[in-house]
Design a protein around this ligand. Structure first.
Ligand SMILES: [Zn+2]
Length: 445
């Protein structure tokens, strides 16, 4: 993969997790290549802890060995690093920095995906990370409160974490080295190509695993919730089998499902998904359904994101429908493959139920996340969105649509998909004009 992604950013991160899990201290070195067609005079980094209830402090920023003064913007969620001279297309630069992160103790932002809660450390977007540069320039903004905020290019990671020895540390990629010294352990993870690096840790995690093809599926949960961990494992295996066959084989040798505290149902990362703790409680009822039913659809959805978000990226802030509506739709395909048409029908009912929450208002599914008010985001992007994809499949014919979706995946592998490219490729496959349909559902007329 290294050869097929020349110029992908390479992150080397070393950091320490304090004994109480509330402070991270580390060093980051990034090799960044200008893959745009114009010279760049600055590189941005996102500092998401500053808007997720914690705090990031960066010091000692150096560009190719020379100290530079960064500028903080967008409520300190972005750091602009001026380059010492313009970086021409194809040129590389090495950026080094020290960082210190205060871990959130309350679920203050971003659905509680970053912090230390109930004995579990969850590190969503905790390190300084370079956003995508595209036709809008650098993608930096104050993160909208309702959507996923990550929009990064596929990169390579080598991350070494020094953590309390008794904690079970789960992270993106694969563990390549482990050392134990007294009450500390140092674990090294290699990941890539990957759009992000995620880590969770708890003293109380236990593991069940199974292998599918060349992939080891690991399911971690708190020790009294291992029945849930076993269920999540089986649901993930079913979903991996379904999507491997439909779109192309899952690219990593490892897939981790981690039960974590959060205010959402689940969250996707490359090679890793977080699933809300309460879905593992056999007696819980969630949104009026038994926890096991919600666990299955949530696990299948987050597995689906491995194809649509992780391998094929998209701007999750400006075009959240591209990964979320598609992933809702492919979750329906999982139910179809696993149980047949009537199970798929009943799952599709959940899309109708979501859209009903805004009285089936004809709000376009293709708006930026920040343009939706109140409960519109969930109702439109996750409800009306997959109903659009199903309507598109009907209009194109199911077989043509299936071939198109596979092609969309294959042709944007490790790149970025856009709504425009999605529509063009669909039209190419059906030999038809889909403008009216997209105007009815996707865009403001
Ligand atoms: Zn999702």
């Amino acid at each position: 993969m290294l050869d097929s992604l020349p110029g992908a950013s390479v992150y080397h991160i070393d950091f320490q997790i304090s004994e109480d899990f509330l402070l991270l201290k580390g060093h980051e070195a990034v090799r960044y290549t200008n893959r745009e067609d114009e010279p760049l005079t600055e590189v941005y980094f996102r500092l998401f802890p500053n808007t997720s209830g914690g705090a990031t402090r960066v010091s000692g920023v150096k560009v190719d060995g020379q100290a530079v003064e960064p500028v903080y913007e967008f409520a300190d969620s972005a750091m602009r690093v001026p380059l010492t001279s313009a970086l021409e297309p194809g040129q590389q630069t090495q950026i080094h920095m020290d960082f210190e992160v205060e871990v959130a103790r309350e679920m203050a932002g971003n659905y509680g995906l970053f912090g230390y809660f109930e004995g579990v450390l969850v590190l969503d977007e905790f390190y300084p990370v370079i956003p995508v540069y595209d036709d809008e320039g650098w993608n930096v903004e104050v993160p909208p409160p309702n959507s996923d905020s990550s929009y990064f290019d596929a990169s390579f990671y080598l991350v070494s974490v020094d953590a309390p020895a008794e904690s079970i540390v789960v992270a993106s990629g694969v563990e390549v080295a482990r050392q134990q010294e007294g009450d500390r352990q140092v674990l090294t993870f290699a990941a890539g190509p990957a759009r992000d690096f995620y880590l969770a840790a708890s003293d109380n995690y236990r593991l069940v695993s199974q292998t599918v093809g060349e992939t080891t599926v690991n399911s971690y949960a708190l020790s009294d919730r291992m029945e849930g961990a076993e269920l999540a494992l089986q649901f993930a295996i079913g979903a991996l089998n379904s999507f491997n066959t439909r779109f192309g084989t899952y690219p990593y040798t490892e897939f981790d499902i981690i039960s974590t505290p959060m205010q959402a149902l689940g969250i996707e990362y490359p090679g890793t998904v977080g699933i809300a703790l309460n879905l593992y409680d056999p007696d819980a009822e969630i949104l009026g359904l038994p926890s096991q039913v919600m666990l299955e659809s949530t696990v299948a959805h987050e597995v689906g994101h491995q194809w649509f978000y992780s391998i094929v990226g998209n701007d999750q802030i400006d075009e959240p429908w591209l990964d979320e509506a598609l992933t809702q739709y492919v979750t329906g395909l999982y139910f179809l493959d696993a149980y047949g048409e009537s199970a798929a029908q009943s799952y599709r009912g959940s899309w109708e139920g979501r859209w009903d929450r805004v009285d089936r208002a004809n709000i376009p599914i293709g708006l930026p996340a920040g343009a939706y008010q109140g409960n519109e985001y969930g109702a439109i992007v996750y409800g009306r969105g997959p109903l659009f994809i199903a309507t598109l499949a009907e209009e194109m014919g199911q077989e043509t649509f299936d071939a198109f979706l596979r092609d969309y995946y294959q042709s944007h592998k490790w790149g970025i998909g856009t709504g425009v490219a999605f529509k063009q490729l669909a039209e190419q496959h059906c030999g038809c004009d889909l403008t009216d349909l997209f105007e009815d559902w996707v865009y403001d007329q």
